[in-house]
Write a protein that binds this ligand. Structure first.
Ligand code: PEP
Ligand code: MG
Length: 898
């Protein structure tokens, strides 16, 4: 089998469908080359070789691929007219990782490989540019030293050992910029770099290009198992056995003088989704310079959207006309680039994120990939591509990542509060959103406060975990494509980059703007949509759901076959959910209505009552409260089904456990403190989750079921009188046996009939049950003979199937996940393999005796994408989830049906 795939000169061995084998980058390079895009020639070592490397080790793997790699190097040499290791006409290559999916900044890159003390002289002569040659050499040693030889800063306050040498020399010479170094300075740097490697690592820097190449290839393989990559994988659920490919490619140079440059560009705005070509570049620089954020780059074009026009203004003010756009500076290069971006977006039919280099007036495209984007941009781009006729409705729906919709449901700054806020400074609007938090300066301290804003000069891949924890990210350096900006957009996190007015001192932990000093722990707010940095805490409000978001939602409803209901306990929640498109209520937890202050008192009196008569008395006080809540909920859900569950939790949750409250209660009820204490002690359970709860309550205290049924039916009749249609579905919780269900159903139906007689009117209603005890799933055929509907309570079903207490699992689940004993938390993501069997069995057996049985889910899993898809495949009629998950579930229901 082939382990190495070549590309270049408008040909390629691979194509874009081979992402698993060639990695995303390798597959794209092959594809681009074959559609006539000018990519520098190169080859890809497959992801399978990474797995072989992990099993067999370095030497065995080199033996496996040596011949193929040699042949591939030879074809690069043929295209470029240069030779690897040749002292007069050398070929230099880049070595990069490339996994199946893009993992920004995760894996390492080495540029200018093939350089040594002799090659550098040859290159200097050939290009007549010794400064360029020596600068390339020192960059190579710096990168190879960091990536392959492990030269890293020794502590978090330290800077990179090579940067330290550079800074020292700059200071000695009184230089501001790297570009001011003389050839002699660069030669000194090369010497000092090798010296520090020898001193710290005891290594002689390798001069043989082949030895360099094998070292870099193995370093890429090793980085797949580095901390950063492992963290990113676990954050996204990518398995370790995917491996990474290695891409080796001819170097092209953006740093050959003022007729050269390099940049990053996007076919659309990754922050807002607007259809404007945009990006950044630097003249006389290498690709890493743009992303690393050391020099703040210039715009590709000053035209385009409002947001980019804003940006240009900031640039104008900051750096004036010394920094023109590419369009102004090199119009023909811009035109060519503009053509390629158009070709590539049409070819891949999605927004592209491209890297390019101009070498001495020739444009090369280094890579393209589907660009990372914010949730808002994701939705807009999907709808725009559809409207432009580039993709179909189904494809538009599949372009939307369900969990990312969540970002659109997050709060935004209250415009009133914004008006009053003081602006500290302005940076680039790198990733939209609103964030408020306390300043932290180090990524590993992001969890120091509940809400933190990570403030850095610039970020690096090591900061990933902290960036994920922080509410927002602020950097003093770097452009719209800096590490901070790209990663933040990927995470959907608010970010402002390149706020040049900020002076950050890590040692003192201060942020200074003008004569104002801010300290760690001070509150600041970031407006990622404008780039404004605000003082203090700025209030936020709920977002509006309109425009493309609403369009994606109605498109979802067009294709979805399964309905999406919501779990809501109050008229307010019901209204929110209906705004999000809920098609009914799948669960109203009636106990939540009893937790309010005036109600809990009546509830306690009911629980403390010694006699049935006393209990009925107390229940009569509760009746009007429940009835009016139900009326509110029915009204909010007019015309849609509303499932109301009878009382579920153990009674001890309602009684007071503190002496003072017990005393108050005793006084109010005119009974002794001892009587209250006795009752509390009596209700105490060893294992309340498996104790006196669910329908066991209604079966021991039928008057509770009677009262709740009355509240539901009377509410429905009252609304009917007002001409409002409601469809109550009364749900019996925690059923394990048929008899348990029957006993409750009898009470519900006879109470309803009684009310119908009293009122001389009727409403239609259903009676059904939750399936949340494994026995109920197994007995589903028998239960379905009686019940009108099933709703899977997968919270309890998971608890009882795994035998993990819902209330105690937090102590050991994180450890299980860390150790890999469990992949994910089964209370979050439905365990399809195990618990899922019970869901399937329950549905099938239920429908075997009652084909018309309505089946849904109301556990937390009802809003989790993979679980929603599972529910669709099982054949459920609906899922029910919390109001804020409703849009996500609607989308997944559509995606599952496509
Ligand atoms: C369930 O068990 O899945 C359920 C929805 O009920 P609760 O979470 O109220 O126990
Ligand atoms: Mg339950």
């Amino acid at each position: 089998k082939a382990r190495v795939f070549s590309f270049g000169d408008k040909k390629a061995d691979g194509n874009s469908s081979m992402k698993n084998l060639l990695g995303g980058k390798g597959a794209n390079l092959a594809e681009m080359s074959s559609i006539g895009i000018p990519v520098p020639p190169g080859f890809t070592i497959t992801t399978e070789v990474c797995t072989e490397y992990n099993a067999l080790g370095r030497e065995a793997v080199i033996d496996l691929i040596k011949e193929e790699v040699k042949a591939s190097i030879a074809s690069i040499e043929a295209v470029m007219g240069t030779e690897f290791g040749n002292k007069k006409n050398p070929l230099l290559v880049s070595v990069r990782s490339g996994a199946r999916v893009s993992m920004p900044g995760m894996m390492d890159t080495v540029l200018n490989l093939g350089m040594n003390d002799e090659v550098v002289l040859g290159l200097a002569k050939k290009t007549k540019n010794p400064a360029f040659a020596w600068d390339s050499y020192r960059r190579f040693i710096q990168m190879y030293g960091g990536v392959v030889l492990g030269m890293k800063p020794e502590s978090k306050e330290d800077i990179d050992p090579f940067e330290e040498i550079i800074e020292n020399l700059k200071e000695k010479r009184g230089f501001k910029l790297d570009t001011e170094f003389s050839v002699q300075d660069l030669q000194d740097l090369v010497f000092d770099f090798k010296d520090v490697i020898r001193k710290r690592k005891g290594l002689i820097f390798p001069s043989d290009p082949w030895e360099q190449l094998w070292g870099a290839v193995m370093a890429v393989f090793n980085s797949w198992n580095g901390d950063r990559a492992v963290y990113y994988r676990s954050m996204n659920g990518y398995p370790a056995d995917w491996g990474t490919a290695v891409n080796v490619q001819a170097m092209v140079y953006g740093n050959m003088g003022n007729n050269s440059g390099t940049g990053v560009c996007f076919t659309r705005d990754a922050g807002t989704g607007e259809n404007v070509f945009n990006g950044e570049y630097l003249i006389n620089a290498q690709g890493e310079d743009v992303v690393a954020g050391v020099r703040t780059p210039q715009q590709i074009t000053r035209l385009g959207s409002q947001r980019w026009a804003e940006l240009a203004k900031i640039e104008e003010a900051d750096r004036a006309e010394n920094y023109p756009s590419l369009e102004e500076l090199m119009p023909s290069m811009f035109e060519e680039l503009n053509d390629y971006q158009d070709i590539l977006e049409k070819h891949y039919r999605d927004m592209q994120d491209m890297e390019f280099t101009i070498q001495d007036g020739k444009l090369w495209i280094l890579q393209t990939r589907n660009g990372k984007r914010t949730g808002a941009a994701m939705v807009k781009i999907a709808m725009d591509l559809l409207k432009e006729g580039m993709i179909s409705e189904k494809e538009a729906l599949l372009l939307v990542e369900p969990n990312k919709l969540d970002e659109l449901l997050h709060p935004v700054f209250d415009p009133q509060a914004l008006k009053r806020a003081t602006t500290i400074a302005q940076g680039l609007p790198a990733s939209p959103g609103a964030a408020t938090g306390k300043i932290v300066f180090f990524a590993d301290e992001a969890d120091k406060y509940k809400n933190s804003i990570l403030v850095r000069i610039e970020t690096s891949p090591e900061d990933l975990e902290g960036m994920n924890i922080a509410k927002g990210i602020l950097t003093a350096r770097g452009g719209m494509t800096s590490h901070a900006a790209v990663v933040a957009r990927g995470m959907g996190k608010c970010c402002i980059s390149g706020a040049g007015a900020l002076k950050i001192n890590y040692k003192k932990r201060t942020l200074t703007v003008g004569d104002h000093e801010y300290h760690e722990g001070d509150w600041i707010s970031l407006n990622g949509s404008t780039g404004n940095i605000l003082e203090g805490k700025v209030a936020t409000i709920e977002p509006e759901l309109s425009g493309e978001f609403a369009e994606i939602m109605s498109l979802s409803d067009k294709y979805a076959k399964m309905k999406v209901r919501t779990n809501a306990d109050s008229p307010k929640d019901a209204k929110v959910a209906r705004n999000f498109g809920a098609q009914g209520i799948g669960l109203t937890r009636t106990e939540h209505m009893f937790f309010e202050l005036d109600r809990i008192k009546a509830m306690r009196e009911m629980i403390l009552a010694d006699t049935v008569k006393g209990r009925k008395q107390a229940l009569e006080d509760l009746l009007p409260m429940q009835r009016s809540d139900f009326e509110g909920i029915f009204e909010a859900m007019e015309g849609l089904a509303v499932t109301i569950r009878l009382l579920d939790p153990p009674l001890h949750e309602f009684v007071p456990h503190q002496l003072a409250t017990q005393k108050d209660l005793a006084d109010e009820m005119h009974i002794s403190l001892q009587a209250v204490k006795n009752k509390v002690a009596e209700l105490e359970e060893f294992n309340p989750m498996l104790g006196h709860r669910g329908c066991r309550l209604g079966n021991t205290y039928p008057e509770i079921t009677e009262m709740q049924t009355r509240a539901i039916i009377e509410a429905a009749l009252n609304l009917k009188e007002r001409g409002i249609i409601c469809k109550p579905e009364i749900m019996i919780p925690l059923v394990g046996t048929v008899k348990e269900y029957e006993a409750q159903e009898t009470i519900v139906r006879s109470t309803a009939n009684l009310i119908f007689e009293e009122r001389n009117d009727t409403v239609e209603y259903l009676v059904g049950t939750m399936i949340e005890i494994p026995r109920a799933a197994l007995m589903a055929d028998k239960i379905a003979e009686k019940a009108d509907f099933f709703s899977f309570g997968t919270n309890d079903l998971t608890q009882m199937t795994f035998g993990y207490s819902r209330d105690d699992a937090g102590k050991f689940l994180p450890i299980y996940i860390e150790k890999g004993i469990l992949k994910v938390d089964p209370f979050e993501v439905l365990d399809q393999e195990g618990v899922g069997q019970l869901v399937k069995i329950g549905t099938e057996r239920g429908r075997s005796t009652k084909p018309s049985l309505k089946v849904g889910i109301c556990g937390e899993h009802g809003g989790e994408p993979s679980s929603v898809e599972f529910c669709y495949n099982v054949g459920m009629d609906y899922v029910s989830c919390s109001p804020y998950r409703v849009p996500i579930a609607r989308l997944v229901a559509a995606q599952a049906a496509i």
